[in-house]
Design a protein around this ligand. Sequence first.
Ligand code: SAM
Length: 198
Amino acid sequence: MRTFILKANTAITSPDFSLKDLPGTGGRIDLLCRFLNSAFLLSHGIRKDVRVFITLYGKPNPPKTIHFEGPKLKVRLNPDERSTSLILKKALEVGKDLREPTKEVEVFPGVYVSNMTFEDVVRRSMKDSTLYYLVEDGRPITEIEFPQNPAFVLGDHLGLGKEDERFLEGIAEKVRVGRRSYLASHVVAFVNIWLDGM
Ligand SMILES: C[S@@+](CC[C@H](N)C(=O)[O-])C[C@H]1O[C@@H](n2cnc3c(N)ncnc32)[C@H](O)[C@@H]1O
């Protein structure tokens, strides 16, 4: 199983965003849609061996975590951002009045919403996966022998903050996929293809 964890610093934590303006009203919900696209979609199908956690930290009610569990996923992920953003909208609607700190509520089969923090998600993933932090100054991916269940942490357009990086120190090895700063969705696509092998 591959896990991808995205910290979305500005992504809205209520369903009140416009499908016509995902970057503005959604605090970069468009980025989340492309991230999910790269994590799950194949040319004619979906990757079943992938799990994604997106931790949303934008206004008005952070944090919210939306979790996609590949093996259980029944909802149809399409390449377009509009239909994926509708799934996120529904998850945020269901999560609106959620009070418990870590309880997950199922939105669709394989899609869950909770109030989990970024740290909760990382700690949970450490139980069954080996953690890596995808970052520009990491070790080249070509040098790493990945285990059965890797979990990759990424930042959004703002990257991870100093506090997040301190939290990951000693628990997630830093890995880079190239010498430049790439879009999070492109990094995920690269990692997926790299792990597929030749
Ligand atoms: C658009 S980048 C963030 C850029 C942001 N300005 C910064 O300085 O962190 C989005 C995320 O993609 C990942 N990323 C970007 N380039 C990478 C690279 N060369 N290797 C590994 N991960 C990378 C990192 O997790 C980064 O936080």
